[in-house]
Each structure stands twice: as C-alpha cells, then as structure tokens.
Design a protein around this ligand. Structure first.
Ligand SMILES: Cc1cc2nc3c(=O)[nH]c(=O)nc-3n(C[C@H](O)[C@H](O)[C@H](O)COP(=O)(O)OP(=O)(O)OC[C@H]3O[C@@H](n4cnc5c(N)ncnc54)[C@H](O)[C@@H]3O)c2cc1C
Length: 238
C-alpha cells in the first residue's frame, strides 16, 4: 500500500533571534574535564540532532529532572531557517503544552476545526472537530516551534552544541555509550547512560544501529484514496 502523508505547508516569515550557542553549561550530574585537544563530558542522555524532536525531548527530560546534552551538526540559525511543517495535529499541541512551551502557539497559531471541499458548485464541510470528538489542528510553523524550544532551552541554560562535525555514536547498546564529535579542531566525547537518536531518517544513529535492532512503528492512513479523489484518478492501493 502506498503510504502518503499530505501536509499543507504554510510559509511564515522568519526573523531568527540573534542566536549565540554557548559552550556546554553543565547541570545536575554532568561533569567536564578539558584538555588542550580533547574534552570529556558526562551526562545522562546524549541527544543527537536539535530539530523539533531533539529539542522537545530535551525539554521533556529537563522537566523530568534528567540531564541531557544536544549535539547538532548545523548552526542554530540554519536549523531555525529550515522551512518544513506548517500544521500541528492535536497530539503535537498536547505534547507542546505538556512540555510547557505551548503559550505562543495558542496565542499566534490559527486553529482549524475542519475544511471544505467544493464539488460542482457545492460546498461540503468536513467537520474534523465534531467527527473526532473535539480534535483540531493549528497552523503554526515548525520554525516557530523550534524557536520556542530553543528560547526555552537557552533561558534555562541547558547545553546544546551546534556545528558539531563528524558526530559518531559508540557502544550505544552497552552500559557505557559515548558520542564523539569535532568542533574548533578539537575532539569531544560525551559519556552518557543513553543516546537518543533524533537526527532524522538519514542521520548517523539509524545508520550505526544494526537492522536487526531497529523496530519501526508506523501508522498508515488511507490517504491514497484521498489524493485520487482530488485528482479524479483511479486509485490503486498496491
Ligand atoms: C515539506 C515538508 C512539509 C512538512 N509538513 C508537515 C506538517 O505540516 N505537519 C507536520 O507535523 N509535519 C510536517 N512535516 C514533517 C516534519 O517536518 C518532520 O516530522 C520534522 O522535521 C521531524 O523533526 P525531527 O527533529 O525528527 O527531524 P529533523 O527536523 O530532520 O531534525 C533532525 C536534526 O538532526 C540533525 N542531524 C542530522 N544528522 C546529524 C548528525 N549526523 N549529527 C548531528 N546532527 C544531525 C539535522 O541537522 C537536524 O537539525 C513536513 C516535512 C516536510 C519536508
């Protein structure tokens, strides 16, 4: 079956705040030992990737009192300028609220309770709110979600390493996992209890894990028929 995800992408104006990533500040159980060419940092969770998933996980862990360091290969400005999602579903809104970062989303986002289809001059309302028992979507750009999470992280003084080169994960299935990266000509090691791979489908974490150790969870919606309906084409689901 063809799995299709159809998203409406709304381009929002971006005005990234002056973002100056700091050297890792350490909290709770973290320790840092510097040498001239190498540093070793200790934390509970090393998160690879500071997109929405990594940032949100970092925030949820922070709220749970768990130390984490984020390691991102791009700059903060680059991450903020990456236009992608525009519509957040109810489950995402709920999670952002749970993480304590949903205030601006509720203030500035545009709530949609459904949509209209037009056929031969007649309007057909699909009332998602009613059909799903009160669920809505909100138009709020991914860049804004990212900005809110970054701002919160920065305000709390939580460590994020941007422009980390050659990020590698080591011994991730052992009791002593490590993440290494290079920055400013130095090699750095983060020793941790867990590594969270939030670096996307093509990231280093998925590539490092053996296929047999990967379990995928996927929910496939029957959207192929939906797309066919819009394009007046005969639909196949193979
Ligand atoms: C055009 C488009 C429209 C979309 N519209 C919607 C929508 O309307 N609603 C919706 O919910 N979703 C939408 N999505 C999906 C949404 O954008 C993704 O689900 C979301 O970006 C996933 O976030 P993530 O943090 O998991 O991954 P990413 O955003 O990909 O972030 C991964 C991070 O890891 C970093 N990274 C990668 N490799 C490494 C490495 N080796 N070392 C260190 N860091 C690394 C990357 O630089 C990146 O910052 C859309 C996607 C696209 C492409």
């Amino acid at each position: 079956m063809i799995a299709q995800k159809i998203y409406s992408t709304y381009k929002l104006a971006i005005h990234p705040p002056e973002f100056k990533p700091e050297a890792p500040k350490l909290t709770g159980n973290s320790t840092l030992q510097d040498t001239r060419t190498m540093s070793t940092t200790r934390t509970q969770v090393a998160i690879v990737g500071a997109g929405p998933s990594g940032l949100l996980l970092g925030q949820l862990l922070f709220k749970a009192g768990i130390d984490a360091i984020l390691v991102e290969r791009q700059s903060g400005d680059y991450v903020l300028s990456r236009i992608r999602a525009g519509v957040l579903e109810q489950v995402t809104m709920d999670l952002l609220d749970e993480a304590g970062v949903g205030q601006r989303m509720h203030k500035e986002g545009l709530v949609h309770t459904g949509f209209d289809l037009l056929f031969k001059g007649a309007r057909h309302r699909v009332d998602m709110d009613k059909l799903t028992g009160g669920k809505k979507v909100i138009v709020y750009g991914q860049t804004e979600v990212t900005r809110d999470l970054m701002d919160t992280r920065q305000a709390e003084g939580l460590p994020t390493v941007y422009e980390a080169n050659n990020v590698q994960v080591h011994d991730f299935d052992s009791q002593k996992p490590r993440v290494t990266y290079e920055k400013n000509g130095q090699t750095h090691t983060i020793e941790c209890d867990f590594i969270a791979g939030c670096d996307g489908f093509h990231g280093v974490c998925r590539a490092t894990a053996p296929k047999s150790a990967i379990k995928e969870y996927e929910k496939v919606y029957p959207l192929a028929g939906w797309a066919c309906c819009l394009t007046h084409r005969l639909c196949t689901t193979n």
